[in-house]
Design a protein around this ligand. Sequence first.
Ligand code: TRP
Length: 455
Amino acid sequence: MTRNERANFGSKLGVILASAGSAVGLGNIWRFPFETGNHGGAAFILIYLVCVLILGIPIMIAEFLIGRRSRANTAGAYQKLAPGTQWRWVGRMGVLTGFLILGYYSVVAGWTLEFIGEAATNSFAGKSPAEFIASFNGFVSNPWRPVIWLILFLLATHFIIVKGVEKGIEKSAKIMMPLLFILLIVLAVCAVSLPGAGAGIEFLLKPDFSKVDGNVFLGAMGQAFFSLSLGMGCLCTYASYFRNDTNLSRTALNVAGIDTLVAILAGFIIFPAAFSVGIQPDAGPSLLFITLPNVFQQAFGNIPWLAVILSLMFYILLALAALTSTISLHEVVTAYLHEEFNFTRGKAAKLVTAGCILLGVLCSLSLGVGKDYTIGGLNLFDLFDFVTAKIMLPLGGFLISVFIGWYLDKKIVWEEVSNNGALNVHIYKLFIFILKFIAPVGIVLIFINELGLFK
Ligand code: TRP
């Protein structure tokens, strides 16, 4: 396949918004708050920010350059840049990781659809916090409703994927991302002005280092990879559609900046709201789905039409943010099957969608009828989350940094990062240093620390 036949993003803004669309999603608004809650708040956030800066941004630039240089799907990319070597397994592992993430991610994405329905019919009205908890638990363990929603969600993803890169992926991101941002700001303002919100703000800003253990580091690193869509070739696949004049390092800074801002904003919505209604911040995956309906209820219960409109908008945008992310995960696997096995794009997409529906249904059932089937104490849903975010993505990130830092010809690296010398990249030396030493060593230390080998 020659360069010109491949699809491309149409504009600079399109490149940034599509990549940010991949990065911003349930990871920011659902997963970031519950990981922060589980790991004690501000101290976790600080470590998370360090992970974004010294692991996330350099590895994102690395993925961008692998993708744009090779102009191929992630497995094909390693084959092109390191022909005949075992590096292709990094790409293949990425495809597998993407498939597993999409399986459980679409379960939560499906929940957002149920909540759109609840918001539209004003079903949050008059419920107490205990009732919100009970109704959420009843819903996720139901064998039918969440399953139907997740299938619908995957079909929506499928529909956009078959439309292609510019008309599907880019166009949808250009509309959805700005809207999401505005709504998050409105909600954050509402949440911090709830009675008792101060305790939540303190939780976010005042680090309690006594809560920091090995677990916190692994959690923060995993969250950084997950939230930035790194470690499995997702942004590498998107970068294969970048234009030759796209500034890779600036794009990475923009995407990481937007992603972090959205996560912090989400924190400023969830925690003040949770503390205000007396819900524990470590409620886990249910946190977002219990506290938020409460915010709408408490803040706007007296003005029912406003409560309906705001909650409806929020869940629609949450679904859309999830959609721009599921699209990017789907694209990784679809591009792989399409290019490596010569399926048509449509057929590749169908296979991916069908496989993900199967995985998603199993994950969803593992929260209800199948909750007694556990592996290592985790049900399938939690197991997929743990294995992908906390093992496969950091491992992928480790291998990507070694690939760029040690293996790939530095001439290629420089040509891509500087657009053949057209750009002045001040951080180039630092970038190489991080990929060579800091990132691989850092990731290994965090793994070792988690295993408790330091004690
Ligand atoms: N980053 C997305 C989020 O925060 C999820 C996601 C999309 C992802 N593509 C990915 C996570 C690739 C890991 C790897 O919701």
